[in-house]
Design a protein around this ligand. Structure first.
Ligand code: GTP
Ligand code: SPV
Ligand code: MN
Length: 592
């Protein structure tokens, strides 16, 4: 046992009595313990060891084909009152849900070991950090949590002997039965129960379940925010760093933006981008009244397909050691891994993500699942920020919203002020991706990229954003919206994206510093087209930029109709301010 905390010990005893494991192993996080677990997972075939020279310390894992992404339809927010979960979450009475799941957990770990994983979300000793304990019967979970969190004995340092402020996570892979899969948050109990999955966001309970669903609820009650945001620092040649967060829905470019390599024109002047986080930000006003952010995570659970030497060399470099690959193709020739978009040389002698022999040169099927992932330690990242472990976090100057929109949304615009920015975030929409099960490419509203992750009523969440703005006053970050995904008539992306997104970040930073003017449009402030630097871009002219910034008034009137319909869901919980903002947008469009 690693703690004398009676609240932890009592709860673990209760869960052991329920799940009836053959053995209970407390995870202290020592290298000896982790090595034994890796060896065991390799011996049983749960994981495969990869080429020790090319990918030292790396492991490959395949999940069941029915278990490859988050399952939003089976994810529940079980607050005591239904209205506290709101219209965008699945809800069930907590008593009923406990009653339904308890028999499923009863004896579920017979013949298995229960691992007790203490972990900290946030740097040890940070006033913004929080402790969780996850109980699981999966070694895959233990090894991933080791990468994604500050795991082991160190986590209890933040908790002490008497505190009850820790998140109780219970996970069992059970039979990985999709019909009985449940990912359940009980916000008022600080509790998460997950059963019948063994995949990523469903089972690494520190990530979406705690650091967004539970934490967003805690943040509302405690005066801070938990957001689906990357955090990056943009350093200028004078060495000043401007910190920016960005909320994009799943598989819409957070990891890529967080690790971007600036184009040559900026690199040679001495500009740099530092990664603080690629998926989640916890934000709280600091002593100076500005908003500070920490990344609660300690690693990256990144989308593999599309990651390559050109699109994201920093992410690729991060995966070269001590990384776990999930559902990618296994190259048998040299015992390495491959995924679509890694290079133009797929292996011929390989195993696909479903475990079948696969020839990348001749097969018409994909070798890696579109939502295949790497779990890589943050410390591997060549551009990890020197402030990554700073307990007080980094001060945020700008917040960006964005999504995949083939037509409507322009390349970039700035909100008129914080309240308008909250409106912009609340009306975000994006085409769905493979990160969750269900149809891909369908436009849906995804406010602040939090639709699947907000642990309480979304109307109250909007109100919380507005309150935070009141509190921050003129020290509030500036709010922007971007869209890297506008397409031409043939469906090709017009904007080159990836590292070239730096060109847009430069305008954003200049706006934060009051160094550049803007055009006023019905949507907000837009760059004067010549203020987006296109030097060194072959296919992009000033006219292309004009097109990317174009506001199609008719399309936006349709958009307004869509927003009205969406807002109607929230009834009286929708802050009046947002209706005012909607009316003002409509008015500006009518006058345009
Ligand atoms: P989650 O981990 O699911 O939250 O995803 P994410 O938001 O971190 O997305 P990520 O950066 O992993 O990118 C997802 C996909 O979008 C990858 O296939 C990328 O290649 C692609 N992508 C990222 N940035 C850009 C961009 O600027 N332009 C284009 N066209 N595609 C991009
Ligand atoms: C996402 O879907 O936004 C992810 C991956 O970051 S998961 O951890 O599965 O949620
Ligand atoms: Mn994510």
């Amino acid at each position: 046992m690693l703690t004398n905390n009676q609240n932890v010990l009592k709860w673990v005893d209760e869960m052991v009595a329920l799940c009836k494991p053959d053995k209970v192993e407390w995870i202290d996080g020592s290298e000896a313990q982790l090595k034994a677990l890796r060896d065991e997972a390799i011996a049983t075939g749960e994981m495969e060891a990869l080429n020790e020279e090319k990918l030292p310390g790396c492991l490959l894992h395949r999940t069941k084909p029915n278990d490859v992404a988050r399952v939003e339809g089976r994810t529940f927010i079980c607050s005591r009152k239904e209205e506290d979960a709101g219209p965008t979450n699945n809800w069930c009475d907590p008593k009923e849900m406990y009653a339904k799941l308890t028999p499923m957990y009863d004896g579920v770990m017979k013949g298995r070991t229960m691992y007790v994983i203490p972990y900290s979300m946030g740097p040890i000793g940070s006033p913004l950090a929080k402790v969780g304990v996850e109980l699981t019967d999966s070694i895959y979970v233990v090894l991933n949590m080791d990468i994604m969190t500050r795991m082991g004995a160190q986590a209890f340092e933040n908790l002490g002997d008497t505190s009850n402020d820790f998140v109780r996570g219970l996970h069992s892979k059970a039979d990985v039965d999709p019909e009985n899969r449940y990912i359940v948050q009980f916000p008022e109990d600080n509790t998460i129960w997950s059963i019948n999955s063994a995949y990523g966001g469903n089972v690494l309970l520190g990530k979406k379940c705690f650091a967004l669903r539970i934490a967003s609820y805690q943040g509302k009650n405690e005066g801070w925010m938990a957001e689906h945001m990357l955090i990056l620092g943009l350093e200028n040649p004078q060495g000043e760093v401007t910190y920016i967060t960005a909320a994009f829905p799943s598989a819409c470019g957070k990891t890529n933006l967080a690790m971007l390599v600036p184009p040559e024109i900026y690199r040679k002047q001495g500009y740099k981008v530092w990664t603080v986080g690629d998926d989640i930000a916890w934000l709280k006003p600091g002593e100076d009244g500005r908003l500070y952010a920490i990344n609660p995570e300690n690693g990256f659970f990144g989308v593999a397909p599309g990651t390559n030497e050109k699109s994201n060399p920093n992410a690729l470099a991060s995966t070269k050691k001590n990384t776990i690959f999930t559902n990618v193709a296994h190259n048998l020739d040299d015992n390495t891994v491959w995924w679509e978009g890694l290079d133009k040389n797929p292996p011929e002698n390989a195993i696909d993500w479903m475990g079948r022999p696969w020839n990348g040169k001749t097969s018409t099927e994909k070798g890696a699942h579109p939502n295949s992932r790497f779990t890589a330690p943050a410390e591997n990242c060549p551009c990890i920020s020197p402030e990554f472990n700073t307990p007080k976090g980094v001060p945020i100057s700008a917040m960006i919203f964005g999504g995949r929109r083939a037509k409507t949304a322009p390349l970039v615009y700035q909100s008129f002020d914080w309240k308008h920015g909250v409106f912009v975030g609340s009306t975000m929409a994006s085409e769905t991706t493979a990160a969750a099960t269900g149809a891909v490419g369908v436009v849906r509203r995804d406010p602040m990229a939090m639709l699947p992750f907000c642990g309480y009523h979304m109307g109250d969440y909007f109100a919380h954003w507005l309150e935070m703005g009141e509190k921050l006053g003129d020290k509030a970050p500036k709010i922007f919206n971007v869209n890297w995904f506008r397409t031409d008539d043939e469906g090709h992306f017009i904007w080159p994206g990836f590292g070239d997104n730096m060109r847009v970040l430069m305008w954003i930073v200049a706006r934060c510093k009051g160094e550049v003017d803007a055009n006023v449009t019905p949507l907000g402030y837009e760059p004067k087209p010549e203020d987006i630097n296109i030097e060194g871009l072959d296919d992009i002219t000033l006219d292309t930029v004009k097109g990317l910034l174009d506001v199609d008034v008719d399309l936006w009137k349709e958009e307004v109709a869509g927003i009205k319909e969406f807002y109607a869901k929230f009834g009286d919980k929708l802050p009046a301010e947002l209706n005012n903002q909607l009316a003002a947008l409509e008015d500006r469009l009518n006058k345009a």
